[in-house]
Ligand binder design. Structure first.
Ligand code: ATP
Length: 229
């Protein structure tokens, strides 16, 4: 496979606000691909567009080397908004509801709980979970059906340092297991620690994209970093 996701000239406006301006880049297979930019730069709009939650005004995108969208969908797990888990229900039972909403199989609930390191707490009520554990359960729900690609919007936002470290480690482990991860972040430091590739957005413009080593660690780009992050 050549490309997990390919964007060609995506633009999107909300009335007078141009949230994305002619954005093009490719996400290589096996990458942890960061969409980096400050608040309001268009990260969520970009993820919403490629997940068909929003409609682009112009441009194209395709998943998995032009796999037909219905088939590609089954291979994409996503977490854009925190799911509405039931506080009084166990992690295991909450995942049953997630599986039926997402029309994904329920038979791999134990597998996804193991992946996010919550197997031992599968029968605990959601309300007893820390914020980091709640986020890991949300990622577990996105992993139901064993997708090839996982799309996350600011997955460490609002977590304490221990929760942040756990989520970053989970992303690394999932990637080491062969999954491609696309994640929005407003933290340069996070992208440097977790991502292999990055696309930098500013006010809807794509400033740079490519391997983290080339884009963020290149002397020539230091001015861009200083001016734009
Ligand atoms: P944040 O981290 O704050 O979510 P972001 O990088 O994800 O920021 P977006 O949420 O995509 O950025 O927003 C891009 C621009 O579009 C911003 O100027 C934002 O105010 C605007 N915007 C986003 N959603 C809407 C909407 N539903 N209606 C109008 N403007 C919107």
């Amino acid at each position: 496979m050549q490309s997990i996701l390919s964007l060609q000239g995506i633009s999107k406006a909300y009335g007078p606000i141009q949230a994305l301006k002619n954005v093009s880049f490719d996400v290589p297979p096996g990458s942890v691909f960061g969409i980096l930019g400050p608040n309001g730069s268009g990260k969520t709009t970009l993820l919403g567009t490629v997940l068909d939650v929003l409609k682009a005004d112009s441009g194209n995108y395709n998943w998995l080397d032009n796999t037909p969208s219905e088939k590609a969908r089954q291979q994409i797990g996503s977490l854009l908004e925190t799911p509405n888990f039931y506080h009084y229900m166990s992690a295991f039972d909450n995942l049953e509801i997630s599986a039926s909403i997402k029309q994904r199989g329920m038979d791999d609930r134990l597998r996804v709980l193991q992946l996010v390191n919550l197997l031992e707490r599968k029968d605990s009520k959601f309300q007893t979970f820390s914020l980091g554990m709640k986020q890991r359960l949300a990622i577990a729900a996105a992993l139901l059906g064993n997708p090839k690609v996982l799309v996350l919007d600011e997955p460490t936002n609002g977590l304490d340092p221990a929760g942040i470290a756990e989520i970053r480690e989970l992303i690394r482990q999932l990637n080491a297991g062969g999954m491609t991860i696309i994640m929005a972040s407003h933290l340069l430091d996070e992208v440097e620690k977790v991502c292999t590739h990055v696309a930098i957005l500013k006010k809807g413009d794509l400033l740079l994209s490519g391997p983290v080593d080339e884009v963020l660690h290149n002397e020539d780009q230091i001015e861009v970093r200083a001016a734009d992050m």
